[in-house]
Design a binder for this molecule. Structure first.
Ligand code: SAH
Length: 216
């Protein structure tokens, strides 16, 4: 019989998200509905609702739930927003974004991860909202720009210029910026006077590898 993870998921939302300061009700609801265990291999599924990053193959990780929630909250996504995500990975954050936005465009540089993420996304019935392509995401995805929100789930040495160009007026870009081991979770808001930059604590992500990120 398949394990019912609903109680674990509810506990994750309460303990690791709500109690640690995630307040946005829509964000918390998205975490209640997206089955995180579906995004990791079977041997790791029992650990899917603890607040840890987990390996997803290809030396990459699915981010810990709190960090995914914090980034999603900072992106302030509204129901009609077009959202760009860089670093699909397992597709977990992609699915969370898909619960909140109108359309989600997600770029992953490793083809095998993109393929697996597409399968899980389709099994959850989200394929009409989510578009995944294999590419260097530091170039953005100009075809569907501008985006009301851009979420980068890999660490960048600084702000990739094309992403700023593809941000809509009042749009939010959420990106970890800094050194390889530690980065500042950075939010850039495109205001009429120019970009406003805020930092929201220290995080540790895998590297954003590409033309406007780290070289491989
Ligand atoms: N949000 C994802 C996190 C995955 S880790 C999850 O929860 O599963 C970051 C991902 O970014 C990795 O899969 C890595 O391959 C990808 N990545 C790194 N540099 C990239 C680039 N330039 N373009 C697209 N994806 C990139």
């Amino acid at each position: 019989m398949p394990v019912d993870y609903r109680i674990s998921r509810e506990r994750m939302v309460e303990r690791h998200l709500a109690r640690r300061g995630i307040k946005d009700g829509r964000v918390l609801e998205a975490f209640r509905t997206v089955p995180r265990h579906a995004f990791v291999e079977e041997a790791l599924q029992a650990k899917a609702y603890s607040d840890h990053a987990l390996p997803i193959g290809e030396k990459q990780t699915i981010s810990q739930p709190y960090v995914v929630a914090r980034m999603t909250e900072l992106a302030r996504i509204r129901p009609d927003d077009r959202v760009l995500e860089i670093g699909t990975g397992s597709g977990y954050q992609t699915a969370i974004l898909a619960r909140l936005a109108g359309q989600v465009y997600s770029i992953e540089r490793i083809a095998s991860l993109a393929r697996r993420a597409r399968t899980v996304i389709a099994s959850l019935g989200l394929e009409s909202v989510v578009h995944i392509k294999v590419f260097d995401g530091t170039y953005g995805w100009s075809e569907w720009a501008p985006y009301q929100a851009i979420v980068v789930s890999a660490a960048s040495p600084d702000l990739p210029a094309p992403l700023l160009d593809q941000l809509a007026p009042e749009g939010r870009l959420v990106i970890p910026i800094g050194a390889e081991e530690r980065q500042d979770l950075t939010v850039v808001t495109l205001q009429a006077e120019g970009p406003r930059i805020e930092r929201h604590g220290v995080v540790s992500f895998v590297r954003l590898i590409g033309r406007f990120g780290w070289s491989a």
